[in-house]
Design a protein around this ligand. Structure first.
Ligand SMILES: CC(C)(COP(=O)(O)OP(=O)(O)OC[C@H]1O[C@@H](n2cnc3c(N)ncnc32)[C@H](O)[C@@H]1OP(=O)(O)O)[C@@H](O)C(=O)NCCC(=O)NCCS
Length: 189
């Protein structure tokens, strides 16, 4: 993945908080772990990685994974706290043009303020410039707000996968596969 150390996108949210969206770096480690620890389990249980485990954060930060993983964070500038996080994995070999969102999380007090949309806009811009052609994400069908947030950024539901995800108790959940074409506008599937 390209190194976008200089990349900073500033915004003021409707609650008056000023945030910056930028790439995750090693100095964020403790703050990011704290951000995930503070998040309610319901917001994290259908992520594709166990982000409450600090080793997952360490994996993202490893230099050898920099080409494969794009990790964005939003920081509340006054509080100096991370208030949103997004992770994308780049496909390999034949899937080099495909990026998969493994997790997106906005802190509860910041949800519904446009921050998730803003961070997705930045991701779309950055990945289009980095020669991705597709973004994909898998979301359980019950998370209507999450599906709506992706749809509002041009992601389309391309398939429903029955009993695809499971929770810690082993119960299974239907999942929608959502795709965003970065090269052209798409018709509904
Ligand atoms: C999904 C999520 C990232 C969206 O971020 P957000 O900042 O709350 O979303 P936005 O304010 O940009 O809203 C985006 C759209 O989704 C809707 N929406 C999503 N979550 C909402 C919420 N909690 N409250 C109100 N509206 C919400 C809005 O109506 C909006 O639609 P619009 O653009 O047509 O108005 C965020 O709600 C979240 O972190 N959820 C929990 C984590 C999760 O389940 N992640 C997915 C699996 S890893």
């Amino acid at each position: 993945m390209q190194n976008y150390v200089a990349y900073h996108q500033f915004a003021t949210l409707p609650n008056g908080r000023k945030v910056v969206i930028r790439f995750l770096n090693g100095r964020d480690r403790a703050a990011l772990i704290q951000f995930f620890q503070a998040a309610p389990k319901e917001d994290l249980q259908f992520c594709k990685e166990d982000v409450k485990n600090p080793r997952v954060v360490d994996y993202w930060l490893k230099a050898e994974n920099a080409q494969r993983i794009m990790a964005l964070v939003a920081e509340d500038l006054a509080a100096k706290k991370i208030v949103a996080s997004l992770n994308l994995y780049r496909g390999q070999h034949a899937a080099l043009n495909v990026g998969e969102i493994h997790q997106i999380l906005v802190a509860r007090p910041f949800q519904g303020l446009g921050l998730g949309s803003l961070i997705l806009d930045q991701l779309i811009d950055l990945t289009a410039k980095a020669n991705f052609h597709w973004l994909k994400v898998e979301v359980i069908t019950e998370l209507k707000n999450v599906i709506k947030a992706f749809q509002s950024r041009g992601f389309k539901v391309r398939a429903t996968l029955e009993d695809y995800f499971r929770d810690l108790q082993g119960a299974t959940y239907d999942v929608v596969l959502m795709m965003r074409n970065l090269l052209k506008e798409e018709d509904d599937f």
